[in-house]
Design a protein around this ligand. Structure first.
Ligand SMILES: Nc1nc2c(c(=O)[nH]1)N[C@H]1C(S)=C(S)[C@@H](COP(=O)(O)OP(=O)(O)OC[C@H]3O[C@@H](n4cnc5c(N)ncnc54)[C@H](O)[C@@H]3O)O[C@H]1N2
Ligand code: MOO
Length: 429
């Protein structure tokens, strides 16, 4: 008997049915409901990692003026043509131009102005001779600069608009902001940017066995680690976690609390209570009332019980209580939804091909996402499965930097075999 039939049989007495869905279908369906219209204006200094919600256009050329690339003298290149005959050409120095200063004295034939790197080239000049290639002579009150070699027009000058012209597209909507983007936006004085707003995500835990992390251990109880793991995952994804009080066991009250959270926040995630046990209320909650269930079973392990629903355009993800399944369910479904809401174009985990570092025996016909470790050996990428990767195992989450994908049709995989791996956030990128 296949696994989903087993669950259907066990849950026949309940109001809901398990409808298994393929992983990629379930991902696409859930992500299609992730709202992308939420934007805000923020200060450039606070925009790292955010995604632009509007095209940015250059309000002026850059550089905005012809700029000297050297400390030296701004001259007319034609004046240096006589240097070809071995003559030193002497020009009268008429001004000194530091950065930020605009000279009012145009360069005419026979004259030069002392100029600094980054300063505006004066009118009439079409080249800058570097200081080291000149000599100085004083004639009474006048300073003369001597040049020995001819200069081509444009030498050591960056023309106005060399990098960008006024009206050019600087950054496209959908661009993630990093140091390079901040540099260009600051250059143009674009100190406020419109970005996609960070989704605020409510987190609920379920289960009477849960103790908060400040509590001493009690018999039969465990500490609520998933809530804090999820909060960390939400922050990594770019969202803002809000830890809610645990969901009560009573279905009506639970429903009310989840619906209130859905009205207030952009997204809601729950952990636990989603299987077929007597206290597993999430399955019933997502099939009742005004909620539209998208799926309540996915052909994957861990996380086969991953459930998603929508209410008034807001997504609710009910993840497993088992830490390993909760972790993977978040990565495959919630993270892409958050990243899409943040305006990111690549919202799924990166997929690479690697060589399996050890045999892996698979027990059912679901896609298996095995926690693993990537390393480069002899120029090859090797992915080695964690020794413990059951849904209920927490300890190897911290040791993994990839999920090794064992497809449904394979019974297992042998060491050396090519496998797809999903690269975990923060690792290798
Ligand atoms: N008869 C069946 N039993 C189970 C099935 C099944 O098909 N038939 N599926 C199994 C699978 S697969 C999974 S995965 C789990 C899913 O269980 P739930 O998501 O309903 O989670 P709970 O029962 O509430 O808890 C499971 C496990 O996780 C611990 N837990 C719960 N919340 C937290 C938390 N916030 N932090 C840390 N640990 C947590 C909880 O104490 C349990 O040990 O169901 C199987 N059962
Ligand atoms: O498939 Mo369960 O949902 O992780 O083991």
């Amino acid at each position: 008997m296949s696994e989903h039939n087993a669950i259907d049989d066990l849950s026949h007495h309940r109001k809901f049915k398990r409808r298994p869905m393929q992983v990629t279908d379930a991902q696409e369906l859930a992500v299609s409901y992730a709202a992308t219209g939420l934007t805000e204006h923020i200060r450039l200094q606070e925009s790292d990692g955010r995604v632009l919600a509007a095209d940015m256009i250059a309000p002026h050329p850059f550089p905005a003026f012809a700029r000297s690339g050297m400390d030296g003298y701004a001259i007319r290149s034609a004046d240096t043509s006589r240097c070809e005959l071995g003559e030193t050409v002497w020009l009268k120095v008429v001004d000194e131009i530091p950065c930020g200063y605009v000279s009012s004295i145009p360069i005419e034939s026979g004259t030069a102005s002392r100029i600094m790197t980054g300063a505006q080239v004066p009118e009439g000049a079409d080249a800058v001779v570097m200081l080291e290639a000149t000599e100085i002579r004083h004639e009474g009150s006048e300073t003369m600069v001597g040049i020995k070699r001819p200069l081509a027009p444009g030498k050591n000058i960056t023309p106005m608009g060399f990098e960008l012209q006024e009206g050019d597209l600087i950054l496209r909507k959908g661009t993630k902001i990093g140091p390079g983007e901040i540099s260009v936006l600051a250059t143009f004085g674009l100190h406020q940017v419109e970005v996609y707003r960070k989704p605020v995500v409510g987190i609920f835990s379920t289960g009477t066995e849960l103790l908060d992390i400040e509590s001493p251990l009690e018999p039969g109880k465990i500490r609520n680690s998933n809530t804090y793991m999820l909060a960390s995952q939400i922050r990594e994804a770019g969202g803002v976690p809000v830890i809610m009080e645990a969901i009560p066991d009573r279905i009506e009250l639970a429903k009310q609390r989840v619906e209130e959270a859905l009205a207030e926040y952009d997204l809601v995630v729950t952990t636990g209570g989603v299987s077929v046990g007597d206290y597993d209320i999430m399955g019933e909650l997502v099939t009742s009332g005004s909620m539209e269930m998208l799926f309540n079973k996915v052909t994957m392990r861990p996380g086969s019980v991953t459930t998603a629903a929508v209410k008034d355009g807001k997504l609710l993800f009910a993840l497993s209580g088992n830490p390993g399944a909760c972790y993977v369910g978040f990565l495959l479904f919630v993270r892409p939804a958050i990243r899409k809401m943040l305006g990111m174009e690549q919202f799924y985990l990166k997929e690479w091909t690697a060589e399996l570092g050890a045999d892996y025996a698979k027990v059912n016909n679901f896609t298996r996402f095995v926690r693993g470790r990537l390393e480069v050996q002899g120029g090859k990428l090797i992915a080695t499965p964690a020794l413990l990767d059951e849904s209920s195992v927490m300890i190897t989450i911290k040791d993994s930097d990839c999920l090794i994908v064992i497809p449904p049709e394979l019974k297992g995989a042998a060491k050396g075999q090519a496998v797809q791996v999903l690269v975990l956030p923060g690792a290798w990128t």
